[in-house]
Design a protein around this ligand. Sequence first.
Ligand code: GLA
Ligand code: ZN
Length: 674
Amino acid sequence: MPQTTPKGLHRLAFGGDYNPEQWPESVWQEDVRLMQEAGVTMVSVGIFSWALLEPEQGRYDFGWLDRLLDLLHEHGIRVDLGTPTVAPPAWFYRAHPEALPVTAEGVRFSYGSRGAICHSSAAYRAAAAGITTELARRYGSHPALALWHVHNEYGVPVSACYCDGCAAHFRRWLRNAHGSVEAVNEAWGTAFWGQRYSSYEEIDPPRITPTVGNPAQQLDYRRFADATIRENFRAERDILHELAPGVPVTTNFMTALSQCDSIDYWAWGREVDLVTNDHYLITDGRRTHVNLAMAADLTRSVAGGAPWLLLEHSTSGVNWQARNPAKRPGEMARNSLAHVARGSEGAMFFQWRQSRRGAEKFHSAMVPHGGTDTRIWREVVALGADLDTLDEVRGTTTLPDVAMLWDWHSWWAQNLEWRPNEAHEARERADSFYETLYDRHLTVDFAHPEADLSGYPLVVVPALYLTTEAAGQNLREYVENGGTLVVSYFSGIVDEHDAVHPGAYPGALRDVLGLTVEEWSPLLDDQRVTVSGPDGATLTGDVWTEFVRPRGAETVWTYADGPAAGGPAVTRHRLGRGTAWYVSTRLDAASLDAIVAAACADAGVAERPALPRDVEVVRRTGDDGRRYLFALNHSTEDAVVPLDGAGVELLAGTPVDGKLAVPAGAVGVVRLDG
Ligand code: GLA
Ligand code: ZN
């Protein structure tokens, strides 16, 4: 932050990962011709090319990459150039087998895939710096160069290494983080189960243990692993900044919570010049466009609200899930424009031409095995034209309505073992709260729990198990100053070291919620509770119940049955000029919506026009007063979206006034007048 844009790219980004080393150079000619036909503006190159660029240590072969970059430049295509440090060559591993990562079980991975890296390895660090330096020297001022793409998807496929080298590095990290062994003992609660350490040398990574390991140690190891990987990103970035000044540096994130869970993107967002993201639809029976919207909102938030860039998604099916459905006609464009609506400055794909060999030959691409006489190709060409038409939205930003708190550290802590109920997942609560807001057509900013929330009328807090003192204070001030808060059960329980806040639950949030929780009583798999409220209405919960004691809060909904029958289930606390709601059970979607509706009323969040829930409406605005409305119809019914005013629907180029027809599966983008 602040976010920048790819150098010399004066259009929305459209293109993909381009791995032409898989093909004879004669194919490259056809590639650039087709790229022009499709309106490709930028491609990502060289992400996995280390073994070709440096076939032996210190011997470089840049000839093919020279020719490729020149060819792309001649055709007006900008280049996002990879540092290939996610795929070290075999010669490197032969010389430095210790750079291969080790699992918590003590198994050392082999090479022959990608991403086999111990990020503490001095040999790896030196080799990565070496190839990065060579690339920066050779291409830093190449006219095609728009962006540096460092590494690939840090955090996967190996999120942490447990080797002896990492053990030594962890001890250094602990010294820095805690200052003394006594402080580590205190923070980790090693007085319990006889885990006390007398020196740093006695401390190991949380390798496999007979039963549950120390939770605070595991949490610190997560932080250490993330920080260590970030050190390596920074090292490459600093080389690139020094040798190629003026060229922005990125690395592709994967913010969709299910695809990478080991990276604290709040911290990473501050390190890159441009936030970029990869997103793939997950086939898990849920509405895929909701997870897409959530990932896009989270990415924008990590970018501080500024424009960001979707660097990878798929034209159709992927090949790494159990079931990989093809996208439906129109779905690729809808996915792409949904990202653009939520702040992406374009839409890029993995990959340009579908592979014939290797691990990803069944993953869709922009040029499929079937060539250009295919639905995919026709849709790719049409999308290129649409993005060209929508170029004027570049530089505008997405308008949020409300905020949701998200913290990777809390998520890591909450996913540790021996919790009150395994069926409770932080991720599930976040998904459900998000879905409720999505269905109300509200655009969500994500915020760190200690961030300034004063700009948001409503803040929802889905299971923020780890809540620091500072975050608790922040939420209290937010409410006192007029904000409205909705907090899920199992929030505010522990501090940054997974230690229970002193006193009754929820320690960090007792004041703001105006209550204590004496005990929780998780439910069994098939148990449900009924919650009754105003005017005889009822709601349904499962997984979790609690014995809540109001201490200032009013009881709005009461448990009608279950372990806490007769006790408060949902409460509201008026504090200062604001209101804090507390939901003590896992409400199903419709039930949660009833609470969110009431909180929206408290917060003065205007009701959106009644639209089907799968009709997505998002706004982008410019400092200069430009206003755009994106309407995406993910449903199978035609829809009409009300507009506050007149304007032009850009994709069809037709004037509109007061309303916009959006056929089933279609997208409309309106530039509103005035
Ligand atoms: C990731 C990687 C790509 C490719 C895609 C396939 O996002 O970055 O190299 O493997 O997945 O979906
Ligand atoms: Zn290691």
